[in-house]
Design a binder for this molecule. Structure first.
Ligand SMILES: Cc1cc2nc3c(=O)[nH]c(=O)nc-3n(C[C@H](O)[C@H](O)[C@H](O)COP(=O)(O)OP(=O)(O)OC[C@H]3O[C@@H](n4cnc5c(N)ncnc54)[C@H](O)[C@@H]3O)c2cc1C
Length: 209
């Protein structure tokens, strides 16, 4: 449910009990012989608020041997089954680049170069509903309800549903075709660069020349 624009609340808190009376009226007509949504809601023991909270993409994540990962790097709206999944992709990419570069600072830079643009695009895409866009489309096209989601009288033809889902998967890095086509992030040890044995201070001296 969209809350009124002037409603005040602790936005960054997912542990706040919600109030049934705030949203029960919206579901008053959801009664069928086989399901009563209002009864279902009334019988629910606990209701929690689900605020949509994120942050603008950051211009950088890494300083020397310190970087960000997961929600600390790219908090995004919790739609599209994405927040934790992206944290896992970060971890896999980070481990790969640390192993490949052999040098921590270079590994972190390579990790950021691979993950920051991808996750920044996803933060933006999630603000535009991501795959949940289908809910708004169905509502716009059939405000009085519809008989069939698919089929000839379809509110959302299957091809359109699939394309919305595919486009989001591509952006999120879950698209099977893209995953199968790209190189594995498993570290084999074969192509790792040797770590620079020189102390950091000497290395920086040579780099600055
Ligand atoms: C309502 C909701 C629904 C969601 N649904 C999904 C979903 O379906 N699929 C999905 O993939 N993702 C989902 N997410 C997002 C997912 O939960 C997060 O993206 C994920 O937990 C981020 O993992 P993280 O390790 O980066 O951060 P966190 O899980 O926030 O972990 C950070 C940890 O650091 C600890 N910490 C903080 N400060 C300190 C400190 N100073 N010292 C020591 N420890 C500290 C915290 O206590 C916490 O345990 C959802 C999120 C919400 C809120």
């Amino acid at each position: 449910k969209r809350m009124p624009a002037d409603m005040h609340w602790a936005r960054e808190d997912w542990n706040r009990a919600g109030r049934i009376e705030d949203f029960l009226p919206d579901f008053a007509g959801w009664e069928w012989s086989w399901l009563s949504v209002p009864s279902l809601i009334r019988a629910t023991e606990a209701v929690w608020e689900f605020p949509m909270v994120d942050r603008d993409p950051l211009p950088n994540w890494t300083r020397g041997r310190v970087t960000l990962l997961g929600d600390a790097a790219h908090p995004m709206y919790p739609i599209g089954s994405n927040g934790a999944s992206q944290g896992i992709l970060d971890a896999r990419t980070l481990a790969y680049h640390l192993a490949m570069e052999g040098d921590a600072a270079a590994g972190l830079r390579a990790y950021e170069a691979a993950r920051r643009p991808a996750t920044s695009a996803l933060v933006e895409a999630s603000r535009n509903q991501g795959p949940d866009l289908v809910l708004d489309l169905a509502d716009q096209r059939a405000p009085e309800g519809f008989a069939a989601v698919g089929g000839r009288e379809a509110v959302l033809p299957l091809a359109e549903l699939e394309e919305i889902s595919r486009a989001y998967k591509r952006k999120a890095g879950f698209d099977p075709a893209l995953l199968n086509a790209r190189e594995s992030l498993s570290y084999t040890g074969a192509t790792a660069k040797a770590p620079d044995p020189r102390p950091a201070a000497r290395r920086d001296f040579h780099r600055s020349r």
